[in-house]
Every structure is written in structure tokens, then in C-alpha cells.
Design a protein around this ligand. Structure first.
Ligand SMILES: Nc1nc2c(ncn2[C@@H]2O[C@H](COP(=O)(O)OP(=O)(O)OP(=O)(O)O)[C@@H](O)[C@H]2O)c(=O)[nH]1
Length: 660
């Protein structure tokens, strides 16, 4: 598998290299070179990871991650921290003619490259999030393909990667996946638990990013529209203002009631000329069509003085004629002016206020490019970042060419000059649009993906811990069971060591150990009991019946023995009773009670006679207790009882205390 990953990575490196050679960096800047270079670098790192081992590949992968991080930062840094134009300036300094877009892959592609680089660093380790990082890369690449398929029309400012580089990155992802998938088998349950929720979060993040991006672009588009339509409105207002001023000017001479004199004309015209610099010529045309006075009196204008316009072949004759004859306000269409600029001429009739008699016309020549200049002079736009053009149909009257890459949006608005309508075209360049575009979508995408990664780490870690916890609990429980079993066994062994297995009564060893502890509690009586003719019970009724009789007698004996005493099996069909703080008389009474109890117990020989016991009683009163002697005394007394006919109690005759 590692071998396959290595080979695919090697293939990707070759493909990326070919891409670089086919589109040499130094010749063409289309904004995709950064993608080729970074993909090539990642492919190279992968080849090292899968081919050469850790140390060397770490040296290459970490710097790559750093570079990709810087590229990502350029998408996130707010405009007022570092502006797009500063980035462009740095790009220009590094390689002339390049801009920031040439130095970073498109956003989604960059994010996919970063996740793959991180996944490479995490290697096969599912606990470091390698599976999620690969899933993120796949999601980002899919989104990229989706944007390409839908034509990326929603957000022309967000560039999507080229098909080649996206395929290349997908190939790198495949290599990584093949290289590590086997290593995840043993953590499959934790992996699925952690992967699903975090992948869902990532999908939501990408959907949110898409929505935010569209919104940001729509907003920007709207603001661009409003802004540049306002510029056209500004021009229309200007037109309206100069028309009003011109009418005032014509009215002034009407009120005067006589034709103007040259000096008067110049003085008045100068005031209007000062306000509207684009009036190339303010002239007085007499009723006969002769240009009498002009202002300003520059060489181009002075040549017009004395010209009988109606006798020339000028294209505006008809319009002037109409103004003179019909005494109506007229204007020409856009035409080339004598000043070598396109413009138009207004003719305003001057009529006497007193008798309404015609006194000629005031002609005003508007230089359209100069008028358009007012927008620039008023500082309404940055001519390096905005293409602006005033057009008359298909003919440009004035244009400001833009620097850098033109943006995707063109705003066309009408500027109305009476019956002539011009078009103001504005097209901001990419730099201007990028500088105004909100960074929020990129920030939310980055934050969302980081959160998805963290969620994965938490869920994965938690599940792994739960598994470990469960296995520790299981072995703890097993251990506890084992300890319980052993303790039980131990107490059974201990019990067996001190009791008789058949009857459950304390055994001889236990009796011997216990009696020592009662040496102080004198007088101490010992009763040695022996079943009479027990052999015949065994012989005639069977060993099992014998056992049964033993069990029954032991139970009876234990019941009849006082609380502080001990009834134990001494061996075979013999039982021994220890009675502390019991004097001879009471000892004999208890022995008698036992004897009677057995006699009346209902146990019988084969011939129906009741089973009986003989009891030898020995009493220890004071001195040093020698248990063997005491028992010996009791044994002698027992022997005596047997000898005297059985089913009886005999007291040891020898005084034990005095014998020591
Ligand atoms: N069923 C059974 N018999 C036992 C057990 N222990 C000892 N015996 C029998 O007890 C009998 C003891 O017999 P003996 O000591 O010869 O004497 P006896 O028949 O009791 O006669 P006397 O003591 O003289 O009255 C033997 O037959 C043993 O086999 C036991 O645990 N179970």
C-alpha cells in the first residue's frame, strides 16, 4: 500500500512538473502558477514521506505548511491591516507584472492543499485527525468542482482552481488515502463516531461559506452599482446646472434690452467660464448668423470672430438656423469641435424683455472630455483602480484606463444632455473589488474547518478513552471475581482445616487449638463421647446409615452444648465436648443430658434398639493445663463407662490437678 502511495505521489510530481514546464512561470501570469508550484511541492513532500521516511520529509513538509499558512493569511487579513494594494506591490517587487492572485492558489484549492499537508504530517495517525483532514480535502475539492460545473457565476471574485490542478490535488489525496487506510482498521469504531459529526460540521461550514460568499459579492456588486450610478447622476446634475446657468446668461442680455458690447460680453462670460471650465467657447452670434464676440479669447476662438456661420458648411448650421428663426433653445449632437475634442454646442436665443424682439443667440460649446474630467477633479474615483469612460454610442469621448486585472463587473449609466444621451461606463479592477470585499466568508470557512478538526479530535479521543475505560473495567471486574473466588476458596480451606467435613462440627485440631485458650476459665470439663456398637450400625445398616447417624448426633450434640462450650468430632465415632467454667456436677449433668438426648433421638440399630453413647468426664480445676492428660483422664472414664455396660456417664476418678 505504501508502495502504491509512493508511486502515485511520484506520478503526481511528474504531472505537476510538466504543468510547470508547459506554463512557465516567467512568461504568463494567469493566477494558477501558485497552484502548480504548491501542488508540485506537496507532491514532492509526499514522495519523500512514502519513499524516504520521516526526517527528510519533515524538513520539506514543515516549510511548505508555513508557506501555505502565509498564503491563507493573505485571504484573512483585513484590508486595514494589510491592503490588497500592498500585497500587489510586494508581488510586483518579487516578479514584475505579477499580483497577489499569482502568488496564492484560489481559496478552496489552498484550503485543500493545507489539509493534505497537515494530514501528511499526521501520517497514518487517526488520533491526530488524518482521516478528517483527508475528508476535508475531498469536500473542498468537490466544492471546487461544483463551482466549476455551475460556472462559478455566483461569485466571480472567488476564483476556483483549474481542472488540472484540482485533478492533481485529488491524485495526491488518493495517494495519501491508499497509504494510510489500512492503518485505521483497528480504530474503526472510534473513527466512524468522530468522523461523521465533524464531516457534517465541515459540510455545513462549506455551505455557510458559499452562502456568505454569494452574499458578500451581491452586496459588493450592489454598492458598486450605486456608487457609479451616482457618478452618472453627478454628471447629469452638472449638465442641469450648466443649462440653468446658460439660460440665466441669455436672460441677462434680454433684460438689458440691447445687443451686448464686447467688453460686457467678456466680463459676463468670464464668470460662467470660471464655473464651468469645460465651456470651450461662449460666443455671441448676431441675428444674421455672424459670430461677434467669443470668450475666452484664445487663438482657436479668435479665428471664429467675424465668421458668418450660416454661410459656412458647418454641420450645425440647421440647428443655429432653428435657434435664430424659431427663437428656441437648441443643441447639436455630439460632434468634433474645432478644439480637436468631441463636444456639443448649445444655442440660446436672446430676446428683448421689453418688446420681445430677437437679438441673436448665445452659443456655448461644451467640451465633453473636459466635462468628464470634473469627476476626476472632484476626487470621485481612483483612476488607477477604476476604468471610467464616457461614451457616445460606440465612440469613447473620454476614457481612464485601469491598471492591473479588470474586474468582472461593468456599470453602465445614462448621462442625459437634452435629447442626447451619453453613457458613463465604470469597471472597477480586481484589486479595488478585493480590497472592498468582506473577509468574513474566508474567516468563517477557516474557523469552521478548524472547529470540525477539533470536534473530531475530541470525539475520537473520547471514544478511545471510553474503550480503554471499558477494557480496564472489564479486567477489573475479572480481577474482582477472581479475588472473590479465591477468598471463598481460602475460607473454605480454612473452614475445612478446622471442621469435620461430614458432620460440619469442629474437628480435633480445632478443638485442641481452642481448649488451650480456655485454660483460665476453670473449672473446665471435658466430655469424651463414643457411640456404642457403632460398628454394628455400619455392618447392618450400611456405611451411609452410619454417616447419617453421625451427622444427626453431631447436630444434636451441638444443640445440647451450652453457648460457651464446644462440641467437636474427636475422630471416627468419637465426639468431645469442652465446657469452660463448668464444675464437675454441672459437667456430669450436661453429660447426662447428652446421653439421654442420644438415647431419645430416634436413631436405632437394625434390631430396633436405640443408639446410645457412653461418656467419660474429666474435670480440670486449677494448675497448668495439660490437654493430653485431661483427655487421657476422660478416655479412661469413657473406657470405664464402656466397661460398665455402655449408655452411661463415668467421671474420671484420678484428680488431675493433684497429679501435677
Ligand atoms: N459410617 C461411618 N463409620 C465410621 C466412621 N468413622 C469410624 N467408623 C466406624 O466406627 C466403628 C468403630 O467401631 P469400634 O471402635 O470397633 O467399636 P464399636 O463398634 O463402636 O463398639 P464400642 O465402641 O466398643 O461400643 C468402626 O466400624 C468404624 O469403621 C465414619 O466416619 N462413618
Amino acid at each position: 500500500m505504501i508502495r502504491a502511495a509512493f508511486l502515485i505521489s511520484l506520478l503526481s510530481t511528474l504531472l505537476a512538473f510538466m504543468g510547470l514546464v508547459i506554463e512557465p512561470v516567467s512568461i504568463k501570469y494567469q493566477g494558477f502558477h501558485a497552484s502548480w508550484i504548491t501542488s508540485f511541492a506537496l507532491a514532492l513532500c509526499q514522495v519523500l514521506w512514502y519513499g524516504r521516511g520521516t526526517r527528510l520529509s519533515l524538513v520539506t513538509t514543515l516549510p511548505l505548511l508555513l508557506v501555505l499558512g502565509i498564503m491563507l493569511a493573505s485571504y484573512l487579513i483585513p484590508e486595514h491591516w494589510i491592503s490588497v494594494s500592498s500585497f500587489n506591490l510586494w508581488a510586483e517587487q518579487l516578479i514584475s507584472g505579477s499580483n497577489i492572485d499569482d502568488w496564492r492558489p484560489p481559496g478552496l484549492e489552498l484550503a485543500a492543499l493545507i489539509t493534505l499537508t497537515l494530514s501528511l504530517l499526521a501520517r497514518t495517525r487517526a488520533n491526530l485527525g488524518a482521516p478528517l483532514l483527508q475528508t476535508l480535502a475531498a469536500l473542498l475539492l468537490l466544492t471546487n468542482v461544483g463551482l466549476q460545473v455551475t460556472g462559478n457565476g455566483f461569485a466571480p471574485l472567488v476564483r476556483s482552481g483549474s481542472t488540472y490542478t484540482v485533478s492533481l490535488i485529488a491524485l495526491l489525496l488518493l495517494a495519501q488515502f491508499i497509504g494510510v487506510v489500512q492503518g485505521w482498521r483497528h480504530t474503526r469504531s472510534s473513527l466512524t463516531r468522530a468522523l461523521w459529526p465533524s464531516a457534517i460540521l465541515a459540510v455545513l461550514t462549506i455551505a455557510f461559506w458559499y452562502q456568505q460568499s454569494s452574499l458578500a459579492d451581491a452586496k459588493l456588486r450592489q454598492s458598486v452599482d450605486v456608487r457609479y450610478q451616482r457618478m452618472a447622476e453627478r454628471l447629469s446634475t452638472e449638465v442641469h446646472a450648466h443649462l440653468t446657468a446658460m439660460r440665466r446668461f441669455a436672460d441677462f442680455w434680454g433684460i438689458l434690452g440691447r445687443p451686448p458690447q464686447e467688453r460686457e460680453w467678456s466680463t459676463q462670460a468670464e464668470r460662467y467660464y470660471r464655473d464651468f471650465r469645460y465651456f470651450l467657447n461662449i460666443s455671441y452670434v448676431t441675428q444674421s448668423g455672424e459670430i461677434s464676440y467669443v470668450y475666452p479669447q484664445d487663438p482657436a476662438n479668435m479665428g471664429l470672430v467675424g465668421m458668418k456661420v450660416l454661410e459656412t458648411q458647418r454641420p450645425n448650421i440647421e440647428v443655429l438656423q432653428r435657434a435664430l428663426e424659431q427663437r428656441s433653445e437648441e443643441q447639436t449632437g455630439v460632434m468634433p469641435l474645432l478644439q480637436n475634442v468631441p463636444g456639443l454646442i448649445y444655442y440660446l436665443p436672446i430676446n428683448s424683455y421689453q418688446d420681445g424682439s430677437p437679438m441673436g443667440v448665445a452659443a456655448m460649446v461644451v467640451g465633453l472630455p473636459l466635462m468628464a474630467d470634473t469627476l476626476y477633479h472632484e476626487g470621485l474615483f481612483d483612476k488607477q483602480r477604476l476604468y471610467l469612460g464616457l461614451w457616445n454610442d460606440d465612440e469613447p469621448l473620454k476614457e481612464w484606463q485601469v491598471l492591473g486585472q479588470p474586474g468582472p463587473w461593468r456599470v453602465e449609466s445614462d448621462v442625459v444632455f437634452g435629447h442626447t444621451t451619453l453613457t458613463l461606463i465604470a469597471q472597477p479592477n480586481r484589486e479595488l473589488l478585493l480590497s472592498e470585499r468582506s473577509r468574513q466568508p474566508s474567516v468563517s470557512l477557516t474557523v469552521g474547518l478548524v472547529l470540525a478538526y477539533l470536534l473530531y479530535l475530541v470525539l475520537f479521543g473520547r471514544h478511545q478513552m471510553a474503550l480503554q475505560h471499558r477494557s480496564v473495567n472489564r479486567s477489573n471486574e475479572e480481577l474482582r471475581r477472581e479475588v472473590r473466588k479465591r477468598t471463598q476458596l481460602q475460607s473454605e480451606v480454612e473452614w475445612l482445616a478446622r471442621h469435620d467435613e461430614l458432620t460440619g462440627a469442629p474437628n480435633r485440631r480445632h478443638f485442641m487449638n481452642t481448649i488451650e485458650a480456655y485454660a483460665e476459665q476453670t473449672p473446665l470439663c471435658v466430655l469424651l463421647c463414643d457411640i456404642d456398637h457403632f460398628k454394628s450400625v455400619n455392618d447392618q445398616l450400611g456405611h451411609q446409615a452410619g454417616d447419617h447417624a453421625l451427622v444427626h448426633l453431631a447436630k444434636l450434640g451441638q444443640q445440647l452444648t451450652p453457648g460457651d462450650g464446644m462440641f467437636a468430632r474427636y475422630g471416627g465415632e468419637e465426639f468431645v465436648v469442652m465446657l469452660p467454667n463448668t464444675n464437675q456436677d454441672r459437667g456430669l449433668a450436661i453429660a447426662e443430658l447428652l446421653r439421654e438426648g442420644v438415647f431419645n433421638s430416634g436413631l436405632e440399630h437394625a434390631d430396633g434398639r436405640p443408639i446410645t453413647i457412653s461418656i467419660g468426664v474429666a474435670v480440670y480445676k486449677s494448675g497448668t493445663l495439660v490437654v493430653a492428660d485431661l483427655l487421657h483422664q476422660a478416655d479412661l472414664a469413657l473406657y470405664e463407662a464402656k466397661r460398665n455396660g455402655r449408655n452411661r456417664v463415668e467421671l474420671a476418678t484420678d484428680d488431675l490437678a493433684s497429679s501435677h
